[in-house]
Write a protein that binds this ligand. Sequence first.
Ligand code: HEC
Length: 179
Amino acid sequence: MKKLTLIIALLLTPALAQAWPWSDDMANQISTKPQESVDPANPGMKAFPKRSVPVPGTTSLVKDREVALNTINPIPADEKSVVLGARLYEIYCVACHGQSGTGDGLVGAKMTLRPFDLTADRLKTLPDGHLWGYITFGGAVMPSYANDLSVAERWHVVNYVRRVLLKAPPVQAMMPAAK
Ligand code: HEC
């Protein structure tokens, strides 16, 4: 039994590192990547212009899903945010989680580990940071969306899931476990 557990754990390791052979299929293309030189004689990155500063992009200070859990949702779940979130959900999530959020998307329905139900009661008491953390870091099978969606866009998707799929008010932080 112990051996079997170990084998299963080892088999799942690539998932944790997002290192399945297909994890970066969409990233490896012949197109020029951001800041990649188009001049084969001068490969490497172009120098930054003088006095330039980094802009908030794909990097986030949140280290993992556990830290994300108590991150406060900075974007009010108003109509504008929910409409934007709906559009992004349609593009990035419907394939697996389905229009209904129950996991009946065209891809989701075929998966061995079915996408978790985004209308489930257990999500109503988990904080917004739980949803945001899943979108940011992915799960065992679910990919990370940190490169596709900006930090704010991920919160818009959270607001959509919260308001439309869960039909529940936002939860800002994890309740301390009762002792
Ligand atoms: C490739 C299919 C796929 C796509 C696309 C996908 N997910 Fe998932 N999602 C899953 C699977 C499978 C799980 C089950 C958990 C795991 O993988 O560890 C999951 C789990 C989740 C969970 C955890 C729910 C819980 O009960 O704790 C959330 C939240 C979530 N997904 C949100 C999203 C959102 C929002 C998007 C779009 C930005 C998205 N997912 C896109 C497959 C997908």
